[in-house]
Unconditional design. Structure first.
Length: 181
């Protein structure tokens, strides 16, 4: 819509200028014809009336021309305002487009960032699990060692408490007697 207004305004101005030019030519021709007639005929009253009509037409054409000039100025101001609005809107569109691209890039990077953060957190968890497993193996080995030593100690102790038969060689008794050590 904004592109058709300057063309139609320019066309109107050109048309009115052409019309004004034609009228000026007609007025010029009428003036010359009038001058020729007045020269031949000393009728000064008719000449004054024609001159008044001529001046009235010129004044009317000047007023029309001023109106057209005012319209042109008005349309030029509107066009300048529209150009500013268009420029502002283009800048807004560009800014929003840039922001949209940045947000798109962030959205595309989010899975990678989350995976990376998750991997970092999981690394700490894995390290802790490995440490706990090492401690657990170590404690299990110590427990087995302690259990084995306890079992050996208990075995020695239980062997020392067993009553073994002893034979009394002096008494000559064939039946063994039990004694505790």
């Amino acid at each position: 819509m904004a592109t058709t207004e300057p063309i139609s305004t320019s066309a109107n101005v050109a048309h009115l200028q052409q019309e004004l030019h034609l009228r000026d030519q007609l007025v010029q021709q009428l003036s010359q014809e009038l001058f020729r007639l007045v020269k031949g005929n000393d009728d000064s009253i008719a000449t004054a009336e024609i001159e008044e009509q001529y001046q009235a037409e010129i004044q009317q054409l000047r007023e029309q021309f001023q109106e057209v000039e005012q319209q042109v100025v008005f349309y030029q101001e509107q066009l300048a305002q529209k150009d500013q609005e268009i420029s502002h809107l283009r800048q807004s569109v560009q800014d929003l487009g840039d922001r949209s691209r940045r947000l798109e890039q962030v959205i595309q990077e989010l899975p990678t960032i989350y995976r990376q953060k998750f991997a970092e957190r999981m690394a700490a968890v894995r390290d802790k699990v490995e440490k706990l497993q090492r401690e657990n193996r170590q404690l299990h080995a110590e427990l087995q060692s302690v259990s084995y030593r306890l079992a050996v100690k208990n075995r020695r102790h239980s062997l020392s408490e067993i009553e073994l038969p002893t034979f009394n060689p002096k008494g000559g008794s064939p039946i063994p007697t039990f004694s505790t050590l």
